[in-house]
Each structure stands twice: as structure tokens, then as C-alpha cells.
Design a protein around this ligand. Structure first.
Ligand SMILES: Nc1nc2c(c(=O)[nH]1)N[C@H]1C(S)=C(S)[C@@H](COP(=O)(O)OP(=O)(O)OC[C@H]3O[C@@H](n4cnc5c(=O)[nH]c(N)nc54)[C@H](O)[C@@H]3O)O[C@H]1N2
Ligand SMILES: Nc1nc2c(c(=O)[nH]1)N[C@H]1C(S)=C(S)[C@@H](COP(=O)(O)OP(=O)(O)OC[C@H]3O[C@@H](n4cnc5c(=O)[nH]c(N)nc54)[C@H](O)[C@@H]3O)O[C@H]1N2
Ligand code: SF4
Ligand SMILES: [Mo]
Length: 736
């Protein structure tokens, strides 16, 4: 401790840094906790899901010892799910990356110092660019680091390093919602506030399982005093479906037909809000024409539901005074996700269920800062929701950042799948992966692994050196995680909240912010980022970029104000104020962000499933979240013994009792689940949750994506993780 303390000095910005690890350009490499009282409490936003609960971290003798959910935070009102309660535990896991690691000639990752790591990064990446062109290197970013870090990465990559292609794991997750909203509303703008869940009298969840994936959002439903009708549209009888008042177990990926049929009935019965449609929307007549073919009879057949189910849903929407529609991955991860999301938006528009309390066409986001990534990662759009192709936007952003507008590319990046394809074709040779675990989470894993192996140079920047993707890396950069750095996350309801440093990162691990700044210096473009001296300085730059956009945050002074107000939802333009804990929704004036202020009805004919079942592969595989204690690829949640006790510790596949009987399988029998691409060994969890002909495997098992089929929505390029064809075979029993 004493030895470590001796090395601390203040750098030019007054930040404490470890002297021995000073970088070229004088940017310190280390950080220490904020100057907190030895025994104090501070509020931070949770670093797992997009609900963005407030957590009070408690200190004793300057050390964060535990935490409890913040009672005064508008989002969670004193509640947290198991991941939130256990959020500090993964920070001290033994497999934390504590120094940079470089693969040696013998193929082993060996610890190296930062200067070596930075030199290697720059010489290898520049070498690739010299040989194969600037666009031959790319990055894959994330929805799990603060928006200031994302923005710095996006700016460094695209303005500083001159690369064109950089996408993020939000492609796997939210791309569909982004495109659906942009086309319908003119901007990527989820309109709701969580309070709407307490104010609806009809709540409709489509392809969403909040009891598991967004538990505190479900708690808000439980606080609804209006005894709401709760409809769950999901092939599985999930925890949420079981708690709902009605479950429509449709056939996988038949949502589009179902939603059009519901719209058909609404039109046929005259159960529409013509006044709202006339005043605030366009293209309704063409939509009505399109709907003619989607009778309840046709839909009942295709969706595996009854005509009464479909007509009943339309009636429920009509009878409701405040109807809200909520969707997540059951919609987004589909070969026709964008049009399905828009079919939901259409229902809200045609019944006037938007812009009023308890209403909305509401996409629930996934990761803690996926919303920040949607606006500020500089991947699909230019910082602040701008358009790379628009010269005025490029000039505006360049002016704010004090850079030459010529540095800003005018072309959009390739999407994640196109970057993977680009590697396969030899057009991308160097890849930098930050805070995502491609080798586990990308679709069709055998292909993904093959692709990662083809790279000339792979850099993985992660909290842990043990991830599936790090196993392919040439260079691992050790990153500080949530709790070890500061910045802003934006939650599902557009609320900006701060995260703070409450613990030291282990060893030589650095915040992603510091790593990006060091790389900028080492690359030789540090001058471009002089203004980007701290996360809060970047926050101010991004605030300036947002001016005049729908996501304008000009009225937010900085972190202190966010802290004092209990988070603030965008927009808050300069000159406007907001009450602490307030909850605001969009479109109360019926004006949307399109040029004419009208929302668009967007629709299209449904498309066939990319990989339908067949006699050889007779089951549809559904994948998704398994329990509220597991997070994605489990690099964090598996490190807590408390969380480990809360989920099954063997790979499992959910199978219906009828199929189990047909296959002669007993409950808990070992089976092989096989697709055309791979196989997974798992225990048969025989349960009524899945319907005959369907099976479910959680995504947390590393093997799951060996089975999935790489199909994508054509507009959002989001992978369709939730429908491929598999068969089930008995497997020899192993010791159990
Ligand atoms: N505990 C936990 N919480 C999480 C996460 C986590 O890893 N663990 N991840 C976070 C992230 S990033 C995300 S994106 C969200 C995801 O949150 P959700 O989308 O709610 O979770 P999933 O389980 O992926 O999918 C939801 C449901 O879609 C259903 N589904 C599958 N196919 C179809 C279909 O064709 N139609 C319909 N209507 N439904 C279908 C599945 O049966 C599943 O129950 O969760 C977030 N919260
Ligand atoms: N079959 C199937 N596959 C799916 C899905 C599905 O439903 N089914 N869902 C998809 C969805 S919605 C998502 S969002 C993706 C998620 O997929 P991933 O993004 O691959 O999953 P995570 O486990 O969250 O990976 C985050 C990585 O970042 C690291 N990390 C955490 N915090 C930090 C940090 O502050 N800095 C750095 N540098 N690293 C950090 C973690 O250790 C971890 O390795 O999976 C997708 N894959
Ligand atoms: S619901 Fe989401 S934000 Fe809240 S504690 Fe759980 S993981 Fe964290
Ligand atoms: Mo996600």
C-alpha cells in the first residue's frame, strides 16, 4: 500500500496518477477513488441492464464495502435485482486482466508493460493500414461503457486513426429499434417514461420477458393501481407470461402477421383514432390497403392462435384508455424485426396511444448504456444523432470539436456482420474489440471463430483476460470496469445518470477512457483530443454536439447536476429546467421529428423464415435470457458465488412434455441439440414453458451460438438469434 501510495502524483489536470506509469504526453495511467469521506455513501447507476437503477455504494475506511438500492431514485425506488446487489463482487475476480498481455512466438499471452503494448498496437495497426489501406482496420464497440468513452473511441477511430468501419454490440440488440423509430418518428426516440407502466390500463409485451431481463421494470408494472390487463405475446410461457392476465403463445416469428391482423380488425371495426391519424400521421390510407389481406382467419392459421385471440386483442386495445406497447428481443432479433417493430408503432399511432400518460410504442433497451451508444458512439451516426452523409452536420461537429471537417468520413460504417464478412474476404485485417465478447455472443459461432482466427492482428480490451474472445487475441488491454471509473449512462427511458469511481482498478488496468487517450498519443493524433481531457470535459463536448437535435442536453450543467436531480431524461435544451426525480415522455404535442412533423405508417409484406424446420431438423430453437442472475456471456455474473447459486449450473434445453415423451426422454436426461452448424450437449428441462415443436436454450451458455443461423434483418442488419432449426437426440449419460 505504502509503495503504491508513494507513486501517486498529480498530473496537469490535477488528477492523481501513478508516476511510474506516465504515458507520453503526460496523461496519467492510473486513477484512484474520488475524494470521498472515509465513511460515506454515494449513488451510482447500475452497470448491467438498461433499466438504470440507482445504487448506493457504502464505504468504510475509504473502501467500498457493499451497496443497497437507492430509495429516492425515480427509476427503482429502493429496489434492485440480484445482479445489482452483487455488482461490486465481479470487480475482485481472480481473472481480472491486470496488465497488458501480448501473444509471444510460442502462442502464449505474456504480460508486457504499457509502453510495449502501445507501441505494438500502433506499429501493427499502422503496418496493416500501410499495406492494405486505411479501411483495413476496424473496431467493435459496446453498449456497456460510458458515453464519453464511446465517443472518444468513435472519434479516435474515425477522425484520428482514419478508419471507416466501427460498429458495436448494440447491433445484436437495438439496431432494429433504431431503424424502426428513425423511419417512423424521424429520430431514434423511445418516447416513454417508466411511470407509464403505472399509468396504463392495458400493457402489451411483445417478445419481452421483463421478469427475467428487466426485473425492476416489472416491479413498476406491479405498482400499477389500475388493475391493468397485461398481455404477453411470446411463443414461450415465460415468467412474465405466467404473471400476465393473458398470454398469446404465437408461432415464432409470426408477429408481423398477428400485428397486421390486429390492425385489420381495428380498422374493420372503426376502432381507430381518426382525429389523431389525420392531424399527426401520414400514409395511413396505404396502410389500410395493405391490411386488407391480413384477416384474422389468415393470421390465426399462420400464428397458431384462434380468431378469438386476435379479435380479443383488438378489442382489448380498443377498450383501453391508456394502452402501452413494449417490445424487446423477441421482436428485434428477427429477419423482419424492423417491420415488426413498426407494426407495433402503427398500432399505437392508429389508436392515438402515444404522447399521453400510460401509452406509447416502447422499445425496452438492453445494456446499461445502449441508449448512449445509439446517440454518441460515432458508429452508425455522427456524434449526437447526426448524419455522416450530411455536410452541414459534419461541419457542425467539426467546429465544436475543433477539428478539420475533412477528418470526418462522409460514408457510414459497415455493420457488425459486414465487418465479419470483410475479415473473411481479407478486406479487414486488424480488429479492436472493446467491452464485448464476440467469440461467445456473435451468431453462428464456428464461422465467428474461424473469422477471428483469420485476422492479422486482434486486440481485445476487457476487464478479464479469460474471455472467449481474448483466447483469440494477439494483444489484451486490461480495462477498468463499472465502479472503477466515471461517466454517464443513458437508460431505456432516456435518463442520463452518472457512474463514479468507487474502487481502484487492479494492477495496471486502466479506464477505457485513459486507454483511448494513450492510444491517441501513441498514434500521433493526441493534438486532436486536447479538449477531451476528462470524461466530464467530453460530456460538455457532447452536450454541445447535441444542441438543436431531438436529444438536446444543453440544459445539463454536468455530473453534479445529474447527481442532484436523480438523473435527467433527454431532451433538456439550454435554458430549460427540470425537477428532481421528474419523469417525462415525448410527443405530448403530437409533433414528431420528421420534416413535416408527422409520424409515418411503415409496412411491408412478411417474409418467410430464413431457416424453417424440416424433417431432419424438426424443432425451432429459441434463445434468450435464462435467469435474472445471469448477464450475457457471464464474464461478470459467474464471478459471484451468490449469483451462481441462483441459476442452473449445467447447460440445459427447455423441451415440452409432449416432445420429451415422443423422443422417449425423461426429465433431466442428457441430450444433444444439433443444428446444421453445430451441436450442444445439455440436460432436458421438461416443462410447459415451451410449446411442442420448440426448444429454448439460454444465451449464457457459450455453446448456444454454435447452433444459431446467421440471418439478418435487411434494414437494421440485426442478427436473428431466435429462430433456427434443430433436432434433439439422446446423449450418453455422464457423471452427474
Ligand atoms: N438477467 C439478464 N437481464 C438482461 C440481460 C441479461 O443477459 N441477463 N441482457 C440485457 C439485454 S442486452 C437485452 S437486449 C435484454 C433482452 O431482454 P428480452 O428481450 O426480454 O430477453 P430475451 O430472453 O432475449 O427475449 C425475450 C423473449 O422473446 C421471446 N421470443 C423469441 N422468439 C419470439 C418471436 O418470434 N416472437 C415473440 N413475440 N417473442 C419471441 C423469447 O421466448 C423470450 O422470452 O435484456 C437485458 N437484461
Ligand atoms: N443466441 C443468442 N445470442 C445473443 C443474444 C441472444 O438473445 N441469443 N443476445 C444478443 C444481445 S441482445 C447482446 S446485447 C449481446 C451481448 O453480447 P456481449 O456484448 O458479447 O456480452 P457481454 O458478456 O456483456 O460482453 C461484454 C464484455 O465486456 C467486458 N466488460 C464489461 N465492462 C467493461 C468495461 O467497462 N470495459 C471493457 N473494456 N470491458 C468491459 C466483459 O468482461 C465482457 O467480456 O449478445 C447477443 N447474443
Ligand atoms: S434491473 Fe437492471 S439496472 Fe436494475 S439492478 Fe437489475 S441489472 Fe441493475
Ligand atoms: Mo442486448
Amino acid at each position: 500500500m505504502i509503495e503504491r501510495a508513494r507513486r501517486l502524483v498529480r498530473d496537469k489536470q490535477g488528477v492523481l496518477t501513478r508516476d511510474l506509469l506516465r504515458a507520453p504526453g503526460g496523461f496519467g495511467l492510473g486513477q484512484v477513488p474520488q475524494r470521498l469521506q472515509p465513511d460515506a455513501t454515494t449513488t451510482v447507476v447500475c452497470g448491467f441492464c438498461s433499466i438504470g437503477c440507482g445504487l448506493d455504494v457504502h464505504f468504510k475506511h475509504g473502501q467500498a464495502v457493499n451497496l443497497s438500492p437507492t430509495t429516492q431514485y425515480a427509476v427503482n425506488l429502493g429496489m434492485a435485482c440480484p445482479k445489482g446487489w452483487e455488482a461490486l463482487t465481479p470487480l475482485s475476480a481472480p481473472d481480472r486482466a491486470t496488465s497488458p498481455m501480448l501473444r509471444d512466438a510460442g502462442g502464449r499471452l505474456r504480460a508486457v508493460d504499457w509502453p510495449t503494448a502501445l507501441d505494438t498496437f500502433v506499429s501493427r495497426m499502422k503496418g496493416i493500414q500501410a499495406k492494405h489501406g486505411k479501411e483495413s482496420i476496424a473496431f467493435i464497440s459496446t453498449g456497456q461503457i460510458p458515453m464519453e468513452e464511446m465517443a472518444l473511441l468513435g472519434a479516435l477511430g474515425k477522425f484520428g486513426m482514419g478508419l471507416l468501419h466501427g460498429d458495436g454490440n448494440t447491433r445484436q440488440c437495438m439496431a432494429t429499434s433504431v431503424v424502426a423509430y428513425k423511419q417512423a418518428f424521424g429520430f431514434d426516440a423511445p418516447p416513454y417514461t417508466y411511470k407509464d407502466l403505472e399509468e396504463s390500463d392495458v400493457i402489451i409485451f411483445i417478445g419481452a420477458n421483463p421478469c427475467i431481463a428487466h426485473p425492476i421494470l416489472w416491479e413498476r408494472v406491479c405498482k400499477n393501481p389500475h388493475q391493468p390487463e397485461i398481455v404477453v405475446i411470446d411463443p414461450r410461457r415465460t415468467e412474465t407470461a405466467q404473471a400476465a392476465t393473458r398470454h398469446l403463445p404465437l408461432r415464432p416469428k409470426s408477429d408481423l402477421v398477428l400485428l397486421y391482423a390486429v390492425a385489420h380488425v381495428l380498422v374493420r371495426q372503426g376502432w381507430i383514432d381518426q382525429g389523431f391519424i389525420d392531424a399527426h400521421t401520414s400514409d395511413f390510407e396505404a396502410f389500410c390497403e395493405h391490411l386488407k389481406a391480413f384477416t384474422p382467419e389468415v393470421a390465426a392459421e399462420q400464428c397458431g392462435l384462434s380468431i378469438a385471440d386476435i379479435e380479443g386483442l383488438a378489442r382489448t386495445i380498443h377498450d383501453g384508455k391508456r394502452v402501452s406497447f413494449w417490445w424487446t428481443m423477441g421482436v428485434n432479433q428477427s429477419h423482419e424485426g424492423v417491420r415488426t417493430a413498426q407494426a407495433i408503432i402503427n398500432l399505437a399511432l392508429m389508436t392515438g396511444n402515444i404522447g399521453r400518460p400510460g401509452t406509447g410504442a416502447n422499445s425496452i433497451t438492453g445494456q446499461c448504456n445502449a441508449m448512449g451508444s445509439r446517440l454518441f458512439s460515432n458508429t452508425t451516426n455522427l456524434l449526437g444523432g447526426h448524419d455522416f452523409a450530411n455536410p452541414q452536420h459534419r461541419d457542425k461537429v467539426a467546429g465544436i470539436l475543433g477539428i478539420d471537417a475533412a477528418c470526418i468520413p462522409s460514408k457510414p460504417s459497415w455493420a457488425y456482420d459486414q465487418i465479419m464478412e470483410g475479415i473473411l474476404k481479407g478486406r479487414i485485417r486488424g480488429l479492436w474489440v472493446i467491452a464485448t465478447n464476440t467469440a461467445h455472443s456473435w451468431i453462428n459461432q464456428a464461422d465467428a471463430h474461424d473469422i477471428l482466427q483469420r485476422l492479422d492482428f486482434l486486440v481485445v480490451q476487457d476487464m478479464y483476460h479469460s474471455t472467449e474472445t481474448a483466447a483469440f487475441a494477439d494483444l489484451v488491454l486490461p480495462a477498468a470496469g463499472w465502479g472503477e471509473k466515471e461517466g454517464v449512462f443513458i437508460n431505456s427511458e432516456r435518463r442520463l445518470g452518472v457512474i463514479k469511481q468507487v474502487a481502484k482498478a487492479p494492477g495496471q488496468a486502466l479506464s477505457d477512457f485513459r486507454i483511448f487517450r494513450l492510444i491517441a498519443e501513441a498514434w500521433g493524433c493526441g493534438d486532436m483530443f486536447r479538449k477531451w481531457e476528462s470524461p466530464e470535459a467530453v460530456f460538455r463536448l457532447l452536450r454541445a454536439c447535441s444542441a438543436g437535435m431531438p436529444c438536446d442536453i444543453g440544459g445539463i450543467d454536468g455530473y453534479r447536476m445529474l447527481d442532484a436531480k436523480g438523473g435527467i431524461q433527454w431532451p433538456l435544451p439550454a435554458g430549460e429546467s427540470v425537477d428532481a426525480g421528474s419523469e417525462r415522455r415525448l410527443f405530448e404535442d403530437g409533433r414528431f421529428y420528421t420534416d413535416d412533423g408527422r409520424a409515418r405508417f411503415v409496412f411491408e409484406a412478411p417474409r418467410p423464415l430464413p431457416e424453417p424446420t424440416s424433417p431432419a431438423y424438426p424443432f425451432t430453437l429459441l434463445t434468450g435470457r435464462g435467469t435474472s442472475s445471469q448477464w450475457h456471456t457471464q464474464t461478470r455474473t459467474s464471478k459471484s458465488h451468490v449469483l451462481r447459486k441462483l441459476y442452473p449450473n449445467v447447460p440445459y434445453v427447455e423441451l415440452s412434455p409432449r416432445d420429451a415423451a415422443d423422443l422417449g426422454l425423461r426429465a433431466n436426461a442428457w441430450v444433444i441439440v444439433r443444428s446444421q452448424r453445430g451441436q450442444v450437449r445439455a440436460r432436458a428441462f421438461v416443462s410447459h414453458v415451451v410449446q411442442p415443436g420448440q426448444v429454448f436454450i439460454p444465451m449464457h451458455d457459450a455453446a448456444t451460438n454454435q447452433l444459431t443461423f446467421a440471418a439478418f434483418d435487411p434494414y437494421s442488419r440485426q442478427p436473428s438469434y431466435k429462430a433456427c432449426a434443430v433436432r434433439i437426440e439422446p446423449a450418453p449419460t455422464v457423471n452427474s
